[in-house]
Design a protein around this ligand. Structure first.
Ligand code: OFO
Length: 176
């Protein structure tokens, strides 16, 4: 059985994963309207992954005798300045998610909830991958700068990455 503190913290994380999914969905839709189909495919895939992160939490909370609550969400930003600004926001957001996961881990240790602590290790490793990927992409975009041809090839690269399963090459879907 989860303590009130842990179940509240997990429900906050459910909300954050849900809003991450909406955030990336809005970015994907914007990219699609700009003719950036590879970037859109990558971000649609990323939005689906975040929804899966949310679902995994909901199911865990319910299994442990509490209630995973589906949150209401604010509309995310829908218009972006540039591809670079999109991925700067992705990186910033993933850093925020990592901090929240670390905070959650901390709460579990204080509450002596080792089962939830163990469950959260999956999120800890996932965040290492997601942050590293976002950093790699931002570095690439820094190199490309304002070169339109560079963006064209970048878009194609992301299309390939999305078809391979995004950050983890599909390993995540094997764990569902
Ligand atoms: Fe990318 O964040 Fe979920 O965990």
């Amino acid at each position: 059985m989860l303590s009130k503190k842990v179940s509240e913290a997990l429900n906050k994380q459910i909300e954050l994963e849900a809003s991450s999914s909406q955030f990336y969905l809005a970015m994907a839709s914007w990219a699609e309207t700009q003719g950036l189909n590879g970037i859109a495919a990558f971000l649609y895939h990323h939005a689906d992954e975040e929804r899966m992160h949310m679902l995994k939490l909901i199911k865990f909370v319910n299994e442990r005798g509490a209630h995973g609550v589906v949150p209401s969400l604010k509309q995310p930003t829908t218009i972006f300045k540039s591809v670079k600004s999109v991925f700067d926001l992705v990186l910033e957001h993933e850093i925020k998610v990592t901090n929240e996961i670390n905070h959650l881990v901390d709460i579990c240790l204080k509450e002596k909830d080792y089962t939830t602590h163990n469950f959260l290790q999956w999120y800890v490793s996932e965040q290492i991958e997601e942050e590293a990927l976002a950093r790699k992409i931002v570095d690439k975009l820094n190199l490309i700068g304002n070169d339109k041809g560079g963006i064209y090839f970048f878009d194609r690269d992301l299309e390939t990455l999305a078809s391979e399963g995004g950050a983890d090459g599909g390993a995540e879907s094997n764990q569902k």
